[in-house]
Structures are given as C-alpha cells and as structure tokens.
Design a protein around this ligand. Structure first.
Ligand SMILES: Cc1cc2nc3c(=O)[nH]c(=O)nc-3n(C[C@H](O)[C@H](O)[C@H](O)COP(=O)(O)OP(=O)(O)OC[C@H]3O[C@@H](n4cnc5c(N)ncnc54)[C@H](O)[C@@H]3O)c2cc1C
Length: 393
C-alpha cells in the first residue's frame, strides 16, 4: 500500500520488481459528516489538505496536524504521524473506526460496535495488516490559531522553563540549529482574535527565505562545511516568521520545500533536557557539521500498540540533514544515543536503522500486534523488506 509516498523510510517500498503497489489516490471522498457527534467518515486515500478544506466548509477541523498536509489520511495514521502540543496525541488516536480489506479478500470492520478490542492494534498498522479503505475520524469545531516565533531566547533558557512553556502554549515546538545557543520557539495558541495575515510577508518568509534562500544556503554550506558553526549563528539571527492569525490548519502546517533526510526519535518527556544536552555534546565531540535545525516537539501519550507514544508523554526529536553524504553517519550515531540512553522509539515513516531486537522490547504490545498480523495476513501479502525486518518472513 502506498499513500502519498511521503515516508523517508522504506515502509512504503515494494520488495521486488514483481510485487504490486496499490494506491487509493482516487478513493478520496468525504463519505459522511456528523457535526453533532464531531465525526466524519472518509475514504482512506484522501489527502489531509483536501480533508482540511472539506472540514472547514462544515465548520470543522482536525484537532492537530503534523507540519505538512500532503499525506493521505491512511498513510498518516499508519505511521502515527504527529504534530506538537502536550495535550494532543498523534493523528492515529483520532481514529474511531476503520474498514480494511484483508489478504483473503474479506472486509473487516473495526469500530465501537464491531471488533472494538482491535482498535488499539490497528490504528498504527504500518500498512501490513490489510488495505484500509475507510476511516471514521473524530473532529472538532473549526478554530483559529495565533502563531508566532520567538527568536530571542537560548535553548538553555527554554529547557530551564520547559514546564511553563508546555503549559502556556497549546502547540509549542523548538527548532534548534546546533553549534550555537539560540533557538526558534514556535508558539501556536487558540484564539478568537480577528484573522491576521500578510500574504506578501508570508510569501517572503515561507517561500523566499524558506526555499530559495535556505536551499542555496544549504547547498553552499555542503561545499564548505567548516563554516557551518559560524553560519548557524548568523542564520539564527536572520530567521523571520511574521505573526499570523489564521484557520488552524494554515498555522499548524507550513511548507517544507527543501529536499533533505530525516530521522526522528520519541523519548519519554522527562528525558528532554538531558537528551538535548547529550546530543549537543556528541555533535561537537564527533565533529558533525549540522546546518539543518533539529525539531523538538511534545506529544501526549496514547494506548495504540505500535505508537511511539505508547504509554508515555513524549518528546520527539527530529534530526535533519541536507548533506547527502554525511547523513547516515550522523543519524546512526544519534540513533545509538536515542536507543541506548533515552529509551527512544523511531518514527516509522522516517529513516532508522534499529534492529528487530532493539524495537520489539520497547513496545509492550508488540507480540499482540505480531499475532494479529499473522492472523490477518498469514501469506504476507502486505509485507515488504521493511516489514520483514521488523517481524521476520
Ligand atoms: C516534508 C515532510 C514533512 C513531514 N512532517 C511530519 C510531521 O510533522 N510529523 C510526522 O509525524 N511525520 C511527518 N512526516 C512523515 C509522514 O507524515 C509519514 O511518513 C506518513 O506516513 C506519510 O504519509 P503518506 O500518505 O505519504 O504514506 P506513505 O509514505 O505512502 O505510506 C506510509 C505507510 O502507510 C501505509 N498505507 C498507506 N495507505 C494505506 C492504506 N490505504 N491502507 C493501509 N496502509 C496504507 C503504507 O503501506 C505505509 O506503511 C513528514 C514527511 C515529509 C516528507
């Protein structure tokens, strides 16, 4: 199964040339809207951006989103795609029910009236249980967000006041460029204020600085990596984001227009301060030159078997690299830190190199998920190399 193919990992890649890829791109309808109950039923191939527009027409919205809205809803929930905000869980938790087509051709309905006990197992399915054809989702009344980015504080200051930041802002995240102290603090809050947006400034900040300038900048630094620490100090001051009040999805998401590599690890929230300190130290000690910001987000725990946020409030740290040669070394080293010191769990849709042994012990319900996979797909119709690495052939 493929959604929008926005995963960095091999999760949506076929095993060999003879395998088939199934896409539900044309199954993209909103089937039912129940405003009173705060629920919608959609075909699984719908892109989140199209769902956002459809919901807005009914005065509804998804309660939280990741940074982009290009993904299909099935792809996003199958990998536990998340945004930020410690009062909000990842997108899979919004699933109230789904319909699946199994490898034997039978349909399986799972919701609050049928097979309810399977919901926590199938919400984050990594595409290996069956074809998700329909999804029933919890939605909320449409809301506005006020978004601003504070560039005046240091990482140390924010970490010393982390609890205050987490409580004060609905959606709070950090971008941190290594080799310097400054940090970009994203503060997004629900508001009744009048809409406020400056299209020209937004184009300048989001597209011109974010794509044209930053793209050339990273290309230049790839050729001259030794100047990255100095360049990061300069960029920290240059970054700009104009305050805005807009429809929620237009503030929660913003364009990511630079092709790059990503790995992300979820760790228990109480390790945040120590983990960022160690990451900074390892980057300097091992002389990695990192020109792309780390993204630090916070997500509420849930009870879905393969969710990286299973059972623990989470800090998610995203490691990014533009450099096509150095990223593997950097990611592998950071992954060792995340696994060995901070009980990290990788994002299923982003790169990671952890072994089956390292993964299953971190998920208390791994065996139950595996058994369900064996039962629903005994012939491995929905497997690929990625899935075989996790569960064997
Ligand atoms: C620029 C960018 C920004 C991103 N930002 C974030 C972010 O903010 N937060 C975050 O958590 N992640 C983020 N991601 C990762 C992304 O959300 C996930 O990788 C997501 O799974 C991609 O969705 P997709 O529709 O492209 O699915 P694909 O990558 O195509 O597939 C992902 C999984 O879903 C399965 N699948 C797809 N459709 C079905 C179906 N109908 N039935 C069963 N299984 C199915 C596939 O088999 C596969 O296992 C980002 C990725 C990119 C490229």
């Amino acid at each position: 199964m493929i959604g929008a193919r926005h995963s960095w990992s091999d999760i949506a890649r076929t095993r060999e040339e003879t395998d088939f890829v199934v896409s539900l791109d044309e199954c993209n309808e909103v089937l039912e809207v129940n405003k009173d109950k705060g629920e919608v039923r959609v075909q699984a191939g719908i892109r989140i951006k199209d769902l956002n527009d459809a919901l807005a027409k009914h005065g509804l919205a998804l309660e939280n989103l990741g940074t982009i809205a290009e993904q299909s809803i099935a792809g996003a929930i199958s990998t536990a795609t998340h945004g930020t905000g410690i009062s909000f869980s990842n997108m899979a938790t919004q699933v109230l029910g789904m319909k699946m087509v199994l490898s034997n051709g039978q349909a399986l309905s799972i919701d609050d009236s049928e097979n309810t006990h399977l919901l926590p197992l199938v919400r984050v399915s990594l595409g290996c249980l069956g074809i998700i054809s329909e999804v029933r989702l919890k939605v909320v009344s449409a809301f506005r967000l006020h978004g601003r980015v504070d560039t005046t504080k240091t990482l140390r200051y924010v970490l010393e006041n982390l609890d205050t930041y987490l409580q004060k802002h609905d959606h709070f995240k950090l971008w941190w460029l290594p080799h310097q102290e400054g940090v970009w603090i994203w503060e997004l809050n629900r508001t009744d204020k009048a809409l406020k947006s400056n299209r020209l400034l937004e184009w300048f900040n989001d597209y011109f600085l974010g794509r044209i300038f930053f793209g050339s900048w990273l290309g230049f630094l790839e050729r001259f990596p030794t100047i990255i620490p100095k360049a990061n100090r300069f960029l920290q001051r240059l970054f700009s984001y104009n305050e805005r009040v807009k429809r929620s999805d237009k503030v929660l998401t913003h364009p990511i227009l630079i092709r790059h590599q990503e790995m992300a690890y979820s760790i228990p929230i109480e390790y945040t301060v120590e983990a960022l300190k160690v990451i900074g130290e390892v980057i300097e000690e091992e002389d990695f030159k990192v020109s792309f910001p780390l993204e630090i987000r916070f997500i509420k725990k849930d009870q879905n078997a393969l969710s990286p946020m299973y059972g623990r409030d989470t800090c998610n740290i995203t490691f990014c690299m533009y450099d096509k040669k150095q990223y593997k070394q950097y990611f592998e080293r950071m992954e060792r830190v995340m696994l060995s010191r901070f009980d990290g769990r990788p994002h299923w849709g982003k790169m990671h190199f952890a072994s089956q042994e390292e993964l299953w012990m971190r998920y208390p319900r791994w065996i139950q998920f595996h058994s369900l996979k064996e039962m629903l797909d005994p012939i491995g119709m929905y497997s690929n190399t990625f899935i075989e690495r996790l569960f064997g052939k």
